[in-house]
Design a protein around this ligand. Structure first.
Ligand code: IMP
Ligand code: MG
Length: 179
């Protein structure tokens, strides 16, 4: 895996600090609320696992799975629900947890759909943000790190389902995906 990485963008230690701070902020903002963290599989599982442990107030979690990318590196704009939530949303303060906000098409679609189930509130939390690539009208309420318009992998993020288990985030060598 290591030999496919052109450059390490964020170390494991640095990511831990950023996630810790996001958890602290969320804990403060959601005091007394009915916080439900919803992770969009699979990219956000690593972030979710660390973020929930950085949150110091009671919360529940759930997962949903959609497909938007296939094996390419550009979004298709088509979002398909592969796994829906298990819990009802009424009375919940929903926080959508995403790995990366790119075009925003995926999250925009998911937010719209979940809004119709009448949660008490709905906000977005993303670890990485690529604002240059945004096409949908959407912003994160909590955003960890801005990243350049390059394809990154690791800490949950994949290329063709690989590299998710790298503990740091790196930029992939272009020859890996032009193969
Ligand atoms: P969007 O709908 O374009 O915002 O796409 C969001 C999804 O695309 C993320 O949840 C990731 O799965 C994937 N994605 C976008 N950029 C990257 C990247 O640089 N590396 C890995 N996956 C990415
Ligand atoms: Mg992906």
């Amino acid at each position: 895996m290591e030999q496919d990485i052109r450059e390490v963008l964020f170390s494991e230690e640095y990511l831990a600090e950023v996630v810790q701070e996001m958890g602290r902020k969320i804990s403060e903002d959601y005091k007394g609320k009915n916080l439900l963290l919803v992770s969009v599989l699979k990219g956000s599982v690593v972030f979710m696992a660390d973020l929930m442990r950085a949150i110091t107030i009671p919360c529940s979690i759930d997962f949903m799975s959609v497909s938007s990318y296939g094996s390419g590196t550009k979004t298709s704009g088509v979002v398909r629900i592969l796994k829906d939530l298990d819990v009802e949303l009424s009375g919940k303060d929903l926080l959508l947890v995403e790995d990366i906000l790119d075009s925003g098409m995926t999250l925009s679609y998911i937010r719209e759909m979940l809004q119709q189930r009448n949660p008490s509130s709905i906000r977005l939390c993303t670890l990485f943000d690529k604002p240059e690539r945004r096409t949908a009208d959407i912003q994160a309420d909590y955003s960890g790190l801005q990243v350049p318009d390059e394809f990154i992998v690791g800490y949950g993020l994949d290329y063709d389902e690989k590299y998710r288990n790298l503990p740091y985030v790196g930029i992939l060598k272009p020859e890996v995906y032009s193969k």
